[in-house]
Write a protein that binds this ligand. Structure first.
Ligand SMILES: [Zn+2]
Ligand SMILES: [Zn+2]
Length: 334
């Protein structure tokens, strides 16, 4: 079977691999589509600190079951959850496999889906009936935002501010809207803010370069946001996000940076702020995303901006990774 392997930073190679053999508790799937995300671009450029090479990338997958087994039938559409958890530790048993200490993410810690077939544990496959392959390939990315919003327990009518309007921020804005919150997008990129306002129907947009705290106060009657979701991956933006949280509010750090971030303790303390991280997503989040897609509560047509065939990927990848290409989500087809 065909596969694309990232041999070392900057080098992709198309290779031939043995087809996977079925093992107990796993299902062989055919990969139909692969969504490309920031993690893949960073890995290719050698900017992923915990990455080892060679590695087959790809963790945003649409797949189809190859052979029927006790759980799945041949031809069934599935969304693979790429976080392989241990199933045995205290965290997994407590229903939080998304942050299992032994987690191995496909396409990051172990080989991912840039290949024709792969074998995936049954417990990591979610039935995806009624969705197009392209929709299925966006589920993992959208589930990151769905998880962050679910974790924050935001309620109807509250102010949700999302900092950073890349694919993760967009997913977060969708689920904040679906939970009935009033949405505010914060970014430094005017073009992306315009997209949020005109295409995604976000209630308000704020340019972070133009007194964002004052702008937030103006919108919220001086109260600031009930929940701030941070999705930039930029340390300065993460630190600034503390200023956007109102008294008694929450800050959810969806993005991650290598190293430390700091905040003013009196500000954090006087507001009795809750700061939480949000890592990956769970089966429940995957189902929530798929239901939202089935019920047409989320339209992915403005989200998927670029497409290519598997054989074109190595030549297009670098171009897609360049912000000038204005890729929101690129999707590769087999
Ligand atoms: Zn991703
Ligand atoms: Zn575990």
């Amino acid at each position: 079977m065909k596969a694309i392997i990232c041999k070392k930073p900057g080098i992709f190679e198309e290779i031939e691999q043995e087809d996977p053999v079925p093992s107990k508790g796993e299902t062989i799937v055919k990969i139909k589509k692969i969504g490309i995300c920031g993690t893949d671009y960073h890995a290719f450029k050698g900017q992923q600190p915990f990455f080892t090479y060679p590695r087959i990338l790809g963790h945003e997958l649409a797949a189809e079951v190859v052979d029927s087994n006790e759980v799945f039938t041949s031809g069934q559409a599935v969304a693979p959850i790429p976080y392989l958890h241990c199933k045995r530790c205290k965290t997994c048993l407590a229903g939080k496999p998304n942050c299992c200490p032994k987690i191995k993410t496909m396409g990051v810690h172990v080989d991912g889906g840039m290949r024709e077939f792969t074998s995936i544990p049954n417990s990591n496959l979610v039935r995806a009936d009624g969705l197009t392959d392209e929709q299925i390939a966006t589920v993992e990315c959208l589930a990151i935002g769905a998880h962050a919003v679910r974790r924050s327990q935001i309620s109807k009518g509250q102010w949700a501010a999302v900092v950073g309007t890349g694919p993760i921020g967009i997913g977060t804005l969708h689920f904040a809207r679906l939970s009935g919150a009033k949405t505010i997008a914060i970014d430094i990129n005017e073009e992306r803010l315009l997209h949020c306002k005109e295409v995604l129907g976000v209630d308000h947009c704020i340019n972070a370069l133009q007194n964002p705290i004052d702008a937030l106060k103006d919108l919220t009657n001086g109260d600031l946001a009930d929940v701030v979701y941070e999705a930039t991956g930029a340390p300065v933006a993460m630190e600034n996000s503390f200023n956007y949280v109102g008294h008694g509010g929450k800050l959810v750090l969806v993005s991650i940076v290598k190293g430390k971030i700091s905040f003013e303790d009196p500000l954090f303390h006087s507001r009795e702020m809750t700061v939480m991280s949000s890592r990956n997503a769970t089966h429940e989040d995957f189902n929530n995303v798929m239901n939202a897609l089935r019920e047409q509560k989320i339209d992915i047509s403005p989200f998927v901006t670029h497409r290519c065939q598997f054989d074109e990927l190595t030549s297009l990848f670098e171009k897609w990774s360049n912000p000038d290409s204005k890729v929101i989500k690129g999707i590769v087809s087999f």
